[in-house]
Write a protein of this length. Structure first.
Length: 648
């Protein structure tokens, strides 16, 4: 295996973005033109370039983005699954309506603000707003599915009947025209915080991730992981964990990460003896955890920063330790699995050397350094991905196999257009949920009612929040699930005395679990299709491998030292104890203890209990847990010594 083993970009056929159809002919060129216009609009706005004297106001900019990328959504996502070719005409009509309606509203952005159209708009504005709200619902149906559409409809229409609801569900009621105006012309719904986050932050990071993949950065990071870990015990699995973690942390997408790295990592894991289902589960967990790994993470992290009113860098710092602990747990498990079954690494002859890989990959390391420096050092969060992308494009131009040719530029624009289009469609629909709860005043009442009924019982509230996050994560995107619960649940957790940042991260982590937990387990199913394993079996394996993701949120909610809030001594102490506890729990799962070897069922159960005791935030329980671990290890070593003596 070498850096060139995957073939050049010209040798590999372009891949359609996940969940989309590959546009062809004139439609493809139209999507490319819209994508180029959207990127130019975003760059013009971020850097205040005033190209051709054009510098729209904030609300006008959002309407223009919706016009462009909602049109893209209609052009690349089918009317229904397996829709025939004639449906391209309805798609073109819907795209044109999106451009006209949202474009008209963008052109009148100043009028909307100065003349208070949210409360009293002219007939043309009402008509355009009505058209746009229907288009947004159709867009969220295509991009987010029927459950997300039902959620947007339920809460989007809530102002129509809020005055007839009982108890804490009662709220301010609106008429049909007032509801449409509030959702489309107001600033708390379709162009509310979710859309503002996409416009100000997410588009740049989508561009960065697309540039990384187009210039073969994924090949570099997988090759680097192979050079570092490929020769070790069970090396290919560690390569999958490390490579998918790094690549996913930069792309911020679970499924596309699996489709990018899985065809390389899964067959290589199977080659050294990992079962197909186990290999797929490893890839699914590694890719899922990557969306929680700084510096880029996923869209939801940017939304969280806006909801909390903190810099994105604060979210990055808080998420770092939990993400590293999760990957440490994965590495422990794949190593102990290999040790117990005698699996080896790849031959040295098949592993690239580290220094040649680093020398060839300097453009990606340089762009990553630029991203982190501008993001964390200069605090220019919204501009950092643009600078990093520009550096990457220039630096990769020195090699033929990585420079941006015309064909690759087209693929890059298509990837950006489709990814941003799906985000705009989904988050515009989620804006209806936010607006419905906000305008009626029900969101605050719900939080107060939840706090009252829980009676201040924080464990009960956390358990209810975990279950709700998990269930909603099955039917919604993680971003949609987070936004919904950050409005309803997070305020109650904060009022109960929990750390605000930890409370929001708690919701995010539990919403992510649907990716690796049956019956949905979208990441596990995607990886299973590559591995040829049974999806449901792969889902349960992934759930077991990802168990630390279930436990970590409860830990950092009670002890914010794990999210970097506390003294240096507190942080080091809690990280050390949590790492030992995670090792103990994963060792119990795999039935293998370092220095001891294979252990029986009873020892595994007791060893796991010791890990749980260590992880509890009390010193005495941690000491007791450490004593349990030592006792189990000593017992098994003594028993093994006696058996060896008796055989001798």
């Amino acid at each position: 295996m070498t850096d060139d083993s995957a073939g050049t970009a010209e040798e590999r056929p372009p891949k359609a973005p996940v969940g989309s159809t590959e546009p062809a002919g004139a439609v493809r060129w139209l999507v490319l033109a819209l994508g180029a216009a959207g990127v130019a609009l975003a760059v013009n706005q971020q850097f205040l370039l005033g190209l051709f004297g054009f510098q729209p106001l904030g609300n006008a900019y959002l309407y223009y983005l919706i016009a462009i990328f909602l049109a893209v959504t209609f052009l690349v996502l089918p009317l229904w699954s397996g829709a025939p070719r004639w449906t391209v005409w309805p798609n073109l009509v819907l795209a044109a309506l999106a451009l006209v309606s949202a474009g008209w509203l963008g052109n009148h952005g100043l009028d909307i603000i100065q003349r208070g159209w949210e409360y009293d708009a002219p007939p043309t504005a009402d008509v355009m707003a009505g058209i746009l709200i229907v288009l947004v619902l159709e867009g969220v149906r295509r991009a987010g599915g029927p459950i997300l559409l039902a959620t947007a409809l339920l809460f989007g229409t809530f102002p129509l009947y809020a005055g007839h609801m009982p108890g804490f569900l009662w709220g301010t009621q609106f008429g049909p025209v007032e509801t449409v105006r509030a959702h489309v012309l107001g600033v708390e719904s379709i162009i509310g915080i979710p859309m503002q986050v996409v416009a100000e932050l997410v588009i740049g990071f989508v561009i960065f991730g697309s540039v990384l993949v187009t210039t073969r950065g994924s090949d570099f990071f997988m090759a680097l992981a192979a050079a570092l870990m490929g020769h070790t015990r069970g090396g290919p699995a560690k390569v999958a964990v490390l490579g998918s973690g790094i690549l996913g942390s930069l792309s911020g997408s679970v499924i596309s990460n699996i489709l990018t790295s899985g065809p390389f990592s899964i067959p290589t894991m199977r080659k050294v003896g990992y079962p197909a289902g186990y290999a797929a589960a490893i890839e699914a967990c590694a890719s899922t955890g990557a969306t929680l790994m700084p510096p880029v993470m996923g869209t939801v992290a940017f939304v969280m920063a806006s909801f909390l009113g903190v810099p994105y860098g604060t979210i990055v710092i808080a998420a770092l330790i939990p993400a590293l602990l999760f990957y440490a747990a994965l590495l422990f498990q794949v190593d102990m699995f290999a040790a117990r079954r005698g699996l080896e690494g790849l031959p040295r002859s098949e592993i690239p050397r580290v220094w040649p890989i680093l020398l060839r990959g300097w453009p990606y390391l340089l762009s990553l350094a630029v991203l982190i420096f501008v993001l964390m050092g200069l605090r220019l969060e919204s501009r950092s991905p643009y600078y990093a992308s520009a550096v990457m494009l220039v630096a990769t131009a020195f090699r033929k196999e990585t420079r941006l040719t015309l064909a690759r530029a087209n693929d890059l624009l298509l990837d950006i257009a489709v990814n941003v289009g799906k985000l705009v469609a989904i988050l515009a629909g989620i804006g209806l949920v936010v607006g419905g709860l906000s305008y009626t005043g029900v969101a605050g009442a719900f939080s107060r009612e939840l706090l009252l009924h829980a009676g201040g019982n924080i464990p009960l509230m956390l358990l209810a929040g975990a279950v709700t996050s998990f269930v909603l994560g099955m039917g919604m995107t993680v971003t949609a699930c987070y936004i919904f619960l950050s409005i309803l649940l997070a305020p109650a957790l904060i009022q109960a005395g929990l750390n605000p940042l930890a409370s929001h991260l708690f919701i995010l982590y539990w919403g992510m679990l649907s990716y690796i937990t049956p019956p949905v387990a979208l990441a596990a199913i995607t990886a299973a299709n590559i591995a040829g394993s049974r999806p449901i079996e792969t889902g349960f394996r992934a759930m077991r491998l990802g168990l630390p993701l279930f436990v970590l949120p409860f830990i950092f909610v009670y002890d914010p030292a794990l999210i970097m809030e506390g003294t240096a001594l507190q942080i080091v102490e809690r990280v050390g104890l949590t790492l030992i506890a995670i090792w103990a729990i994963t060792a119990a799962f795999e039935g293998w203890i370092y220095g001891v070897g294979t252990v029986g069922v009873v020892s595994r159960v007791v060893f796991a209990a010791g890990g749980v005791l260590i992880i509890l935030p009390e010193l005495l329980t941690s000491i007791a847990g450490a004593g349990v671990l030592v006792a189990v290890a000593a017992f098994n070593l003594l028993r093994r010594g006696r058996r060896s003596a008796s055989k001798a």
